[in-house]
Design a protein around this ligand. Structure first.
Ligand code: F6P
Length: 424
C-alpha cells in the first residue's frame, strides 16, 4: 500500500559528513525518474517542529546532478530533536503532510535515526521513512561491519593532516597532542592513528570503564613520551579520541578554568566545547615541570576540518548507491511486515538491504552503538604499531631501568607508578 501523499521529502540531521550531497543527489534523480516530486527540507527538523513549511524547496535533477562531489549539505543540517520538543513529532508529521509528503528520506546518525523511527511509528503508514546512515564517527552498528558514509573521507583527510603534523614534529623536535572527533567510539582516532603512523593513539574503549581519572589518561601519554625519549626520539604525535573527555568525571572537568559543560538537544555533552587537547597538554607539561624539565608540545583539535570535506570516491559511490536504494525501498509496494513504516537502508556484502528501526535500539530504547573491539586481532595489531608503555617493558629489566632513570625514579617505583597505564 503506498501513502496518499506522493511527494518525497529529504532532510539531514546531526553533524555534517562527507557524502551527504551524493545521497541527496541520488535520491532526487531516482525519485524524479520514478515520477515523484521531491521536496528538499532545510535544517533537519528545525522548522517542521514549528509547523513551518516555507524552509523547503522543490528539487529537480538540474539542481543536484553535479553536487555528488561537494562536501557540506545543500539542505544544511541541524540537531533539532522532534521527540524533545513539545508536540514535536505530531507537529512535524502534520507539517510533512501539509507539504504533500508521503515518503521521507532522513540522512543522519543514531540520533536522526531515532527521530526517523519515532516519526515512522507515529505516522502509522501515512509517511514511509528511509533512513540513510551517516556519521564520521562510524558508530552505527551497520551489518557486515560496513562503515557509515563519511567515515572513510574523514579518515583520509585526517590522516593527511596528521602526517603533516608528524613532519612538523620531526623538524622541530616537539610533540603534538591531537584530539579527533568520534563521540562514543574511537574508530576515527584509531583509523587516523594507524594510517598516519602516529606514535600513540588513545581511545575511550581501552579503559574498559565508564569513569577515568584525568591523571590516568595523562599517565598513558607521559609514559609513551618517556619511552620514546628512551628510544632516542624527542618528537612524536599522540592522537586522542574526543570521547575520552566523556570518561573524565564531570566534577573534575568543571574544576578546570574555562571548561563549561553544555549539552545538545539529544542530551550529549558538547565535546567540541571541552578543550581536551589543551587540558592534556597542560597536564603532561606539568608532569615534566615537576621534574624540572620543560616539554615542547602543541595541541590541535580535529573534526570540523574534515566533516564537510569533499568525499573520496568510496563515499561518493557509497552515497549514490544508498540514495538510489532509499527511493527504491520507499516505493516498494509490498514491503516486509517489519519494514512497512520504513527502516534503515544499508549494504551488506555489496547487496542492498534494510533493517527495521527496532534493530538499532537496545531493549531499554537507547541507540545501539558500535564501538572499537579492543579484544580484536585488528586492535592488537594497531597497538603493535604504537610506541607506548606495555607490560612487557616493565618485565624487561634493562628497559625498566632506562625508563626509571629518565624520570629519576627507582625501577620499582616506576613500575608501581605507571603499571596501570601499561596494563591497558
Ligand atoms: O557528527 C558527530 C560529531 O562529529 C561528533 O564526533 C562530535 O562530537 C559532534 O559531531 C560535534 O558536533 P557539533 O559541534 O556540530 O554539535
Amino acid at each position: 500500500m503506498s501513502p496518499d501523499n506522493r511527494r518525497l521529502g529529504i532532510l539531514v540531521g546531526g553533524g555534517p559528513a562527507p557524502g551527504i550531497n551524493g545521497a541527496i543527489s541520488a535520491c532526487v534523480i531516482e525519485a524524479v525518474k520514478s515520477g515523484i516530486e521531491v521536496v528538499g527540507i532545510f535544517d533537519g527538523y528545525a522548522h517542521l517542529v514549528k509547523g513551518e513549511t516555507e524552509h523547503t524547496r522543490l528539487l529537480g535533477i538540474d539542481d543536484v546532478y553535479r553536487i555528488h562531489s561537494q562536501g557540506g549539505s545543500i539542505l544544511r543540517t541541524s540537531r533539532t530533536n522532534p521527540t524533545k520538543e513539545p508536540d514535536g513529532v505530531k507537529t512535524a508529521l502534520a507539517t510533512l503532510k501539509e507539504l504533500g509528503i508521503g515518503y521521507l528520506v532522513s540522512i543522519g546518525g543514531d540520533d536522526t535515526a531515532s527521530s526517523a523511527s519515532a516519526l515512522a511509528e507515529a505516522s502509522d503508514g501515512e509517511i514511509r521513512v528511509a533512513h540513510i546512515p551517516k556519521t564520521i564517527d562510524n558508530d552505527l552498528p551497520l551489518p557486515g561491519d560496513m562503515p557509515t558514509f563519511g567515515f572513510e573521507t574523514a579518515r583520509h583527510v585526517g590522516t593527511e593532516l596528521v602526517l603533516n603534523l608528524m613532519e612538523d614534529a620531526r623538524a622541530t623536535s616537539r610533540w603534538y597532542i591531537v584530539t579527533v572527533m568520534g563521540r562514543n567510539a574511537g574508530h576515527l582516532a584509531l583509523g587516523i592513528g594507524i594510517s598516519s603512523g602516529a606514535t600513540v593513539t588513545v581511545i575511550p574503549e581501552e579503559f574498559r570503564r565508564s569513569q577515568v581519572d584525568l591523571a590516568d589518561i595523562t599517565d598513558v601519554l607521559e609514559s609513551a613520551i618517556i619511552k620514546r625519549r628512551v628510544n632516542g626520539q624527542r618528537d612524536g604525535i599522540a592522537v586522542i579520541a574526543e570521547g575520552v573527555a566523556e570518561l573524565v568525571p564531570p566534577e573534575q572537568l568543571a574544576e578546570i578554568p574555562g571548561v563549561e559543560i553544555d549539552h545538545d538537544p539529544f542530551g550529549h555533552i558538547r565535546l567540541g566545547e571541552i578543550p581536551l587537547a589543551t587540558i592534556l597538554k597542560r597536564q603532561v607539561q606539568q608532569r615534566f615541570a615537576e621534574r624540572g624539565e620543560s616539554f615542547n608540545v602543541i595541541e590541535a583539535t580535529m573534526g570540523y576540518e574534515f566533516r564537510s570535506a569533499s568525499p573520496i570516491p568510496f563515499d561518493i559511490e557509497y552515497t549514490r548507491t544508498l540514495g538510489h536504494w532509499a527511493v527504491t525501498f520507499l516505493l516498494d509496494e509490498s514491503p516486509a511486515e517489519n519494514l512497512k513504516n520504513g527502516g534503515l537502508v544499508c549494504m551488506l556484502q555489496r547487496t542492498l538491504t534494510a533493517l527495521p528501526f527496532e534493530d538499532l535500539r537496545n531493549a531499554d530504547g537507547t541507540p545501539k552503538v558500535r564501538i572499537v573491539d579492543v579484544d580484536s586481532q585488528l586492535y592488537r595489531v594497531a597497538r603493535e604499531y604504537m610506541i607506548r608503555l606495555e607490560s612487557k617493558d616493565l618485565e624487561d629489566e634493562e628497559m625498566l631501568a632506562k625508563l626509571a632513570e629518565a624520570t629519576g625514579m627507582t625501577p620499582a617505583a616506576y613500575a608501581a607508578r605507571y603499571g596501570a597505564a601499561a596494563m591497558l
